[in-house]
Design a protein around this ligand. Structure first.
Ligand code: SF4
Length: 717
């Protein structure tokens, strides 16, 4: 094994260390810790960062409390009681790794290597410790592939079908926009730094429109709020396109030079008559006309799409249709015009090197991790006997919580969880491993919300016996005898492999420079002048914006980045080359349930820091006052939401801030805090048409009142 340079903690005088936030958040803030005598005194945002500009969100600004929390998992532990009881005893790292590797070897011998399943996602975003960490190990081991389509698999695939892997509109260029449409996103809660750019533009006179079924904090500050029913955004966008086309408001010079498939698209759009679209979306006819006029009037129209949009069966089609709007008016020709989706194609990440997917044989078993509940059943073709969980909390994040827990209790399933805090998932572990926080490890950080690459330095020695994910897999590789294909390389070498350093976007940027300065903007032009598609240059097969996707035959195929770099065995499903809409049947008495992020949590992170203020233990359900009246529900009453998958206990928040027919319960609550099931107990495993993403916003539920919250009677685990 390559020897890592030892961490130098000899610097005892007060000094600062540069970091980048590792959480699943587009902002990827530049941070700085103040360290003295090997202890972090405080953490703050870096004022000189062009996007995050000195502030951290309220969740992270006391990051030092997270690092030094008493609740941290400090040592490797072995389960002592029954699965689900949450009782563990301390063991050594050697004992833990021996036990894991013995189980792996036994499982390989008895059932084959595909009986082992890694389960991870974006609990960490780093190029070292994040999405691909562990891929080289599991790909070489022969384990089943974990397909991670929890987020962005649909939106990224859909956007690539029409525009290719482009960074698109610079989020910093929004200050030059004259019309900003925030679609399916609440940036004040989930991308606070981008919301500052939007507010800056508004102060300069830009009109801000928010499209969301909830009147969010962002919507409350907007000039216009449009609230379509979940899953109908494609109809809204196609009807807007139809108005632009029918009224000759299209920039035909741009469209004829830089796009393909316009005639087919126009024919499809003509099927979305405003009257019909109004009935389907619940949006008033006047709003269609108002918004289309605004778009036509403002060349510098900027669209920011959020993850809420993609989480329905129609989500990918919505992304394709929405991306068509700025293209129709030639918005790409001006600074501040276009759409920002996810700039991962802009960072030249060397995923081949990070994943070693060339070691995966074509027919390797693939398991969609959102549907891990089904995969852990013993009746499947390739049963799983060893589950290795890191960077994720599937009990709270995956579909069908009830079935998942039932299967995690299997006595013949050996589960390892590497974590910082003892989450609900940890309760079902056989072995628990202590993971480091961001201040205890090195990393290179890309962003899905801006164009800066960042270095995260190590500030302190790991707390207790915690180790980084990269170190965890080095130790596992050594124990399993995987030494030949780079499973054992050190952090410095991973950094060199992680990016294509010769790529034009990294011109003049080196690891050394990043270590010295902490961050550097990619060479993608300046926000003041950047117009990436002024003359087309889309990264599609045709080099044009594809209103009709030429790559429609692979439309259902996933991007390899969401499946450990593996492109094969995809279950390829062709899609409609043009955006289309599939209606959802809502049964009598049924309500649509949406479950966005909680503004005080980071997915299911930081939930445990919101107990004292009462936020984490009260599962709130927003319900429109008309629906509440219909069901005789009053503010603060105990309710049960249920469907054929399960039921959850919630407290009613009767409000006008959500449209009728829709209820909202945030995801991220912990079962142990609410003494019962959380919202994913109601969510199915159904994948979306494009990119096999999740369809949580297609969930249908029924509602009933309950006098006593039966869950509160349960004994706390
Ligand atoms: S969670 Fe997001 S906004 Fe908060 S500090 Fe991290 S990157 Fe910044």
């Amino acid at each position: 094994m390559q020897k890592e340079p030892k961490f130098d903690c000899s610097k005892m005088t007060k000094h600062s260390v540069y970091h980048a936030c590792q959480h699943d958040c587009p902002d990827n803030c530049a941070m700085e810790s103040i360290v003295e005598y090997g202890k972090v005194l405080s953490v703050k945002g870096r004022k000189d960062h062009p996007f995050t500009r000195g502030s951290l969100c309220s969740k992270v600004k006391r990051y030092d409390q997270r690092v030094y929390s008493d609740e941290r998992i400090m040592f490797p532990m072995r389960r002592t009681g029954a699965k689900g009881e949450g009782n563990f005893q301390q063991i050594s790292w050697d004992e833990a790794l021996d036990e894991i590797c013995d189980k792996f070897k036994e499982s390989i011998k008895k059932y084959g290597a595909e009986s082992i399943l890694p389960c991870s996602y974006l609990g960490h975003q780093g190029l070292l410790n994040g999405l691909h960490c562990g891929d080289r190990f599991f790909n070489e081991l022969g384990a089943s592939i974990g397909e991670r389509t929890f987020c962005n698999a649909t939106a990224s695939k859909a956007f690539q079908l029409v525009a290719g892997p482009t960074g698109g509109l610079d989020p910093e260029s929004f200050t030059f926009s004259s019309l900003i449409i925030v679609w399916g996103m609440n940036p004040i809660a989930t991308s606070i730094h981008h919301s500052q750019f939007i507010l800056e533009a508004k102060k300069k006179g830009a009109i801000v429109v928010v499209i969301d079924p909830i009147k969010t904090d962002t919507a409350k500050r907007a000039d216009y709020h449009i609230s379509p029913r979940p899953g109908t955004d494609v109809v809204l966008a196609m009807a807007l396109a139809n108005i632009l086309i029918q009224n000759n408001l299209v920039d035909m010079e741009y469209v004829s030079k830089h796009t393909q498939g316009f005639e087919q698209f126009a024919a499809r759009a003509s099927e979305f008559d405003v009257g019909l679209a109004s009935q389907i979306t619940g949006v008033q006819v006047e709003s269609f006309h108002k918004l289309s006029s605004l778009i036509a009037e403002h060349k510098a129209t900027a669209i920011r799409v959020g993850v809420g949009l993609e989480r329905t069966e129609n989500g990918g089609d919505a992304i394709r249709a929405i991306a068509a709007l700025p293209t129709l008016i030639g918005a790409w020709k001006v600074v501040g015009g276009g759409i920002f989706q996810n700039p991962q194609g802009t960072f030249p990440i060397n995923r081949k090197a990070l994943t070693n997917a060339s070691l995966v044989e074509e027919n390797r078993n693939v398991i969609n991790l959102f549907d891990i509940a089904s995969a852990l059943s013993t009746s499947v073709q390739n049963p799983i006997y060893c589950l290795f969980i890191y960077n994720s909390n599937p009990v709270i994040a995956a579909a069908d919580q009830t079935k998942l827990i039932e299967n995690l209790r299997r006595t013949d399933l050996f589960t390892t969880v590497s974590e910082i805090f003892q989450t609900d998932t940890c309760t079902y572990a056989d072995i628990l491993l202590p993971a480091t926080s961001q201040l205890e490890q090195k990393d290179l950080m890309y962003s899905w919300g801006h164009f800066n690459l960042q270095y995260n330095d190590q500030a302190i020695q790991p707390i207790g016996d915690a180790i980084s994910n990269t170190e965890l897999f080095r130790r596992l590789a050594k124990k399993m005898g995987l030494q030949n294909n780079g499973c054992n390389i050190g952090d410095e070498e991973i950094m060199r492999l992680a990016l294509d350093w010769d790529h034009a976007h990294l011109n003049g940027i080196s690891i050394e420079l990043l270590k010295e300065r902490g961050f550097s903007r990619l060479n993608v032009g300046s926000p003041q002048t950047r117009t990436p598609h002024r003359t087309g240059c889309f990264a599609t097969k045709s080099g044009k914006f594809e209103f009709a996707s030429t790559d429609f035959k692979s439309g259902g195929a996933l991007l390899p980045l969401f499946r450990q770099g593996f492109a094969g065995n995809c279950g390829l499903q062709p899609i409609d080359p043009l955006p289309s809409y599939k209606a959802q049947k809502i049964p009598s008495g049924g309500l649509q349930l949406i479950s966005p992020k909680h503004k005080h949590f980071l997915n299911s992170g930081y939930t445990n820091f919101n107990l004292k203020n009462g936020v984490a233990n009260t599962q709130i359900c927003m319900i429109n006052s008309l629906d509440a009246t219909k069901h005789d529900i009053k503010q603060g009453e105990h309710l049960i939401l249920y469907n054929d998958l399960g039921e959850i206990n919630v407290i009613a928040d009767v409000t006008e801030d959500i449209i009728g027919g829709v209820v909202m319960v945030n995801h991220g609550y912990w079962m142990r805090h609410v003494n019962g099931k959380t919202v994913n107990a109601l969510i199915s495993n159904k994948p979306s048409k494009i990119g096999k993403g999740i369809t949580v916003n297609d969930t249908l539920v029924f509602i009933k009142k309950t006098k006593v919250n039966s869950a509160t009677e349960m004994t706390e685990k």
